[in-house]
Design a protein around this ligand. Structure first.
Ligand code: B12
Ligand code: SF4
Length: 487
């Protein structure tokens, strides 16, 4: 391909592509749910990459997820760096192709190109596998010397420290969460459906505590942030380190939330350090209360029979819990999905999400389903936790999607919220978040002119000839949940 003539000061544009089937990239819906913002999270991956660019470059970030109109590629830069989770991959490739036609060098990275480098190389000049902090300076240096290679795999180089994102390139007013902070990378566990072990390895890494504290202090000062999200897979994958970080956070008098595994319930010292440091809430990857389902998920580190006391114990430290469940394992039928939803309510979880099992490339599940010939679609847009892209064992794809939406509707109904959150003392954040999701569900079905799904529809389906709401081919519409599963 023809390379643009390098300018005196080289220019790079990072792009976080939109994904049409994900609610988290629909500015209209997000604005409706958040009352003002266009996006939920600022794009940490590209902001961290921007920080890894040498100082003699001009850098900008385009976040297509917060834009009402698609990004129009222009040949006014030397290099573009495009990031992609699987659900963003199709759009990422379209942008990459358009930029290459303009003669701009295209680099790709992020979760999806890291696990599908050959596919990505069909659309870009070089791919980064794993950490951008490690690979990007090498990629740009090689590009400047006219020696850009096709692949840069972070395991081939000494690891660089986890970077601090360039927030100055983004507008805080666009995002609900402008200061997500990554404190760790990777996860010590190896669940079969999860991308994290495949991309970042099972070696669990922690960021330097002084760097984290600096980022927190800067956000407090510049953006008046008091509530932080630590966007980790497993904040407390290393208990000793997490206690140290909590001790360093304590004097800052901030509040925070993160994801972590339920084994923290074994460690009172850690729970107490978390409480003192301002922990408001945690997302726990619970997946299912059924032991057979958990065995199928390869989640071997905990017996779900112990979930109830573990949840009670963590909550006794005044930490709110968000349960991340998954629907669609071979053990699941609609009754099992309903049981899971009822479990989440009985456990008084403040929030829950119920994504549909998705065999993301690079996971053990992807390999298993491919071997079994069960992958129904490789349309990456639909890899969003709301579409059924494989053949489930005990439900039709329509029934699975219906069960998912029935779970959201039941869990976020006013009745369930009142029971789980109570009315007094007022749990302000919990109520606001529940209300936002409730509004999102109602807005979505109202716009579609359809009735909100319920589990009772299954019982009535055969008898009254009732059609499941997704039988109109819209089972792959949009996602309501935020993250996949995590921890
Ligand atoms: C916070 C988070 C979110 C946030 C914010 C996402 C965002 N844009 O920042 C929210 C809540 C919005 C979200 C939503 C979703 N998420 Co999410 N999310 C995460 C989480 C926990 C952390 C992301 C993060 O901040 N990472 C830190 C940054 C620094 O890492 P990074 O983006 O990978 O970037 C590094 C490298 O990949 C590389 N890199 C990245 N881009 C580029 C580009 C170039 C050019 C180069 C050279 C390098 C490079 O350099 C960076 C620094 O090292 C991850 C778990 C994880 N471990 O990543 C899941 C994760 C990314 N999410 C996941 C999923 C499934 C989703 C959803 C589809 C869930 C859903 N059903 O709705 C949606 C879709 C979002 C969308 N855009 O449509 C999956 C992705 C699986 C996959 N194969 O795609 C993950 C891996 C969770 C999991 N364990 O399964 N998510
Ligand atoms: S699901 Fe959670 S615990 Fe399992 S590997 Fe992924 S991040 Fe780790």
């Amino acid at each position: 391909m023809i390379h643009a003539e390098p300018r005196a000061r080289a220019r790079i544009r990072f792009i976080n592509p939109n994904c049409p089937l994900s609610t988290v990239t629909m500015p209209g819906l997000i604005r409706h749910m958040t009352f003002s913002r266009k996006g939920i999270f600022m794009p940490v991956g590209v902001a961290v990459c921007a920080a890894a660019v040498p100082d003699d470059w001009t850098v900008e970030i385009v976040d297509e997820c917060i834009s009402e109109t698609p990004h129009q590629p222009k040949g006014d830069v030397d290099v573009v760096g495009i990031s992609a989770m699987t659900t963003q991959a199709r759009r990422a490739y379209a942008l990459a192709d358009a930029y290459r036609r303009l003669g701009v060098t295209v680099l790709m990275g992020g979760i999806h190109p890291s696990v599908m480098p050959d596919e990505a190389l069909g659309h870009c000049d070089a791919v980064c596998i794993g950490d951008g902090e490690t690979c990007l300076p090498r990629m740009l240096g090689d590009w400047q010397r006219g020696r850009l290679k096709a692949r840069y795999d972070w395991v081939d180089y000494p690891a660089a420290p986890i970077g601090t994102p360039r927030k100055d390139l983004l507008d805080p007013a666009d995002y609900l969460v402008f200061n997500p902070i990554q404190t760790t990378r990777g996860c010590p566990h190896n669940c079969s459906f999860c991308t994290t072990p495949g991309v970042f390895g099972r070696k669990f890494r922690q960021r330097a505590i002084p760097d984290i504290i600096d980022e927190v202090c800067e956000a407090k000062e510049r953006f008046r942030t008091r509530v932080f999200i630590f966007s980790d897979d497993d904040f407390a994958g290393n208990h000793g380190w997490a206690i140290e970080l909590c001790a360093a956070l304590e004097p800052l008098k901030v509040r925070w939330a993160s994801q972590c595994d339920i084994l923290i319930s074994n460690n009172d010292k850690l729970l107490s350090a978390m409480q003192r440091s301002g922990c408001l809430g945690l997302i726990l990857g619970l997946e299912s209360p059924d032991p057979a389902t958990l065995a199928e998920a390869g989640k071997r580190y905990v017996d779900p029979g112990t979930y109830a006391w573990r949840i009670r114990k963590i909550r006794s430290y005044n930490i709110s819990l968000w349960g991340a469940f998954i629907f669609g394992f071979d053990t699941d039928d609609w009754r099992a999905c309903m049981e899971t939803t009822r479990f989440a309510q009985r456990a008084d979880l403040s929030m829950s999400c119920f994504p549909i099992l998705t065999p993301y490339p690079g996971t053990g599940l992807w390999n298993t389903y491919r071997r079994q010939g069960r992958i129904l679609s490789e349309d990456w847009d639909r890899y969003n936790g709301a579409s059924v892209v494989y053949r489930p064992k005990r439900m039709t794809p329509d029934a699975l999607r219906h069960a998912q939406m029935a779970a959201f509707a039941e869990f976020y109904s006013f009745r369930s919220c009142s029971r789980r959150l109570g009315v007094w003392p007022l749990k302000k954040y919990g109520w606001l978040a529940n209300l936002a999701i409730w509004r999102g569900i109602h807005y979505y079905y109202h716009r579609k002119g359809r009735r909100i799904p319920a589990f009772s529809d299954f019982a009535g389906a055969g008898r009254r000839g009732f059609r499941l709401s997704c039988q109109d081919g819209e089972q792959d519409s949009v996602s309501v949940q935020t993250t996949g599963s995590g921890s």
